[in-house]
Design a protein. Structure first.
Length: 212
């Protein structure tokens, strides 16, 4: 999820309501992975004008807004952090999307190489990643959100930290580009929670890890 690279900078609208349903967890946060992908798994920001922009709808904008506004923290890898921060840190209103939320919410960037994190309310996690994200989850709230950050998500899939995956699947096959899941990953089984048509043929798929 790229909110939003310059190649596909769309308005996300101004609706700002908290997500409902099983994100209400009282004092323990979920960790939710939220991604925008093509049918063949591409989430490449460099060609979003081909697979993301053509499928804009008010329903999709509202869904994205709600997911972001409803979170209590955001966890990012270095690449996603460096993509989002320079744009959103300069926004002073919500005309293009949830700028206030993105700029004010606690952000944790997982990187062993990032020297500093200038975006407001940002913390760098350089080591003990599983332990530090566990601490984020143990804080009061509804959920922490991972956007984009494919490498980080892949590294966490072997842990018990991810509670839910949300994919906005766009009805296009790119045939090439950066895919969210890389070849050679271990088998991971998921349980379907919900399917929902968002608009313009975009489908929301919600899964939780299948645990014994």
């Amino acid at each position: 999820m790229k909110l939003i690279p310059s190649s596909a900078r769309l308005s996300l609208g101004a609706t700002a309501t908290r997500t409902t349903g099983d994100t209400e967890r009282g004092t323990v946060r979920k960790l939710i992975v939220s991604e925008w992908v093509t049918l063949d798994g591409v989430f490449d920001a460099t060609n979003m004008n081909k697979w993301f922009a053509p499928y804009d709808s008010s329903e999709r904008r509202e869904h994205i807004m709600n997911v972001v506004v409803g979170c209590d923290a955001i966890v990012l890898g270095r690449t996603s952090y460096e993509m989002l921060g320079p744009h959103w840190s300069k926004q002073t209103n919500d005309d293009q999307g949830p700028a206030h939320k993105l700029n004010s919410v606690a952000k944790y960037v997982v990187s062993s190489t990032l020297a500093k994190a200038d975006w407001n309310n940002s913390t760098i996690i350089k080591k003990n990643v599983e332990e530090e994200i566990t601490k984020v989850k143990q804080q009061p709230g509804h959920y922490a959100l991972i956007m984009g950050s494919a490498t980080l998500v892949q590294s966490l899939m072997a842990t018990d930290l991810i509670d839910e995956y949300q994919f906005l699947v766009h009805p296009v096959v790119m045939g090439s580009g950066t895919r969210f899941f890389k070849d050679g990953m271990n088998l991971t089984t998921l349980t379907l929670l919900e399917t929902k048509t968002i608009g313009q043929g975009v489908t929301l798929l919600r899964y939780q890890p299948t645990r014994d």
